[in-house]
Design a protein around this ligand. Sequence first.
Ligand SMILES: NC(=O)C1=CN([C@@H]2O[C@H](COP(=O)(O)OP(=O)(O)OC[C@H]3O[C@@H](n4cnc5c(N)ncnc54)[C@H](OP(=O)(O)O)[C@@H]3O)[C@@H](O)[C@H]2O)C=CC1
Ligand SMILES: CCCCCC(=O)/C=C/[C@H]1[C@H](O)CC(=O)[C@@H]1CCCCCCC(=O)O
Length: 329
Amino acid sequence: MVTAKVWVLKKHFEGFPKPSDFDLKKIELPNLKDGELLLESVFLSVDPYMRPYSRRDMKEGDIMIGTQVARIVESKNPAFTVGAFVVARSGWRTHFISDGKDLQLLPSNWPESLPKSLALGTVGMPGLTAYFGLLEVCKMKPGETVLVNAAAGAVGSVVGQLAKIGGCKVVGCAGSGEKVAYLKKIGFDEAFNYKTVTSLDEALRKASPDGYDCFFDNVGGEFASIAINHMKKYGRIAVCGAISQYNDSVPQQGPYVQVPMIFKELQMEGFIVTRWSNRREEGLNALLKWVVEGKVKYHEQVTEGFENMPMAFIGMLKGENLGKAIVKV
Ligand SMILES: NC(=O)C1=CN([C@@H]2O[C@H](COP(=O)(O)OP(=O)(O)OC[C@H]3O[C@@H](n4cnc5c(N)ncnc54)[C@H](OP(=O)(O)O)[C@@H]3O)[C@@H](O)[C@H]2O)C=CC1
Ligand SMILES: CCCCCC(=O)/C=C/[C@H]1[C@H](O)CC(=O)[C@@H]1CCCCCCC(=O)O
């Protein structure tokens, strides 16, 4: 008999999540039936979507939603071998039973030297978001200028590097001096701390006086309202996320987008990365190759210990992560 630890949503978040909104519980797992597997989480992901999706999809008492890299420890399913690693969507649990459906094996050419946690970040859902958002929504072209916010995070850091690979000039904004230094180190042409600039408007103009062809928006809210005025004619805005609004109890009010969109004839498109599920393998192969070649660099903010999941999640929402926020069990 295996005892799993799980984190439960004790109380729906009001404003910023608090440690008291979570409960750590223990669950006895039954013995395996034919066709089933027992898995142990090795790395768990904490992601911004958990904040808005918890309100939309969960009720109090549910196990927190989420993804992990897990190792198969027992198998009564001939398609899965003990010791193999998979990406699973099983929530905040140390151990779980699966029938094998919806488990994704790590790519077979995954190098031994590469952390498996990257399957939750640069070579996982966030990396795919950057890849498809830039190629299919921004439709970036060589020579163009790309703006990305939350640029030192899981999605943003890949956006900037892929835009450089694609022959663009890249401007990134992030919330600390350490993050800005990191952006410059990984090849961003311009980077600034949006929290310390005296005027965001001036900082955006200074970084690209001619404006921006593409804006990969992870933040929304006031930042996006100011950035839209810096778009070039026929610019494209990929609305990927709106993290500045996820913890709002009262929805923020405009300014509204219509006037700059009309005058500049902009395209603005929201997207969810799963739209390209049929091209997942293409995206992962491309990302893995760039990482192995050293063309895409990665950084992970690893929190040790399953018991620290809520703090890692809250820390990520506060901007404490450089690169992908991961919890190592
Ligand atoms: N559409 C889709 O399919 C997907 C969308 N997303 C979205 O992409 C965005 C980035 O996700 P991800 O890369 O995983 O997360 P990150 O790794 O970028 O972590 C979140 C970061 O957001 C920044 N942030 C937090 N609050 C604010 C705020 N009020 N204003 C500005 N920045 C803030 C912080 O960085 P800083 O220090 O710079 O403030 C923080 O580190 C999110 O909005 C997420 O919802 C992610 C995956 C898929
Ligand atoms: C206004 C909210 C915008 C949220 C944008 C965002 O971050 C979306 C993330 C999704 C991504 O595109 C694909 C995913 O895996 C993210 C959502 C996952 C939700 C799964 C919930 C079910 C579960 O894990 O059990």
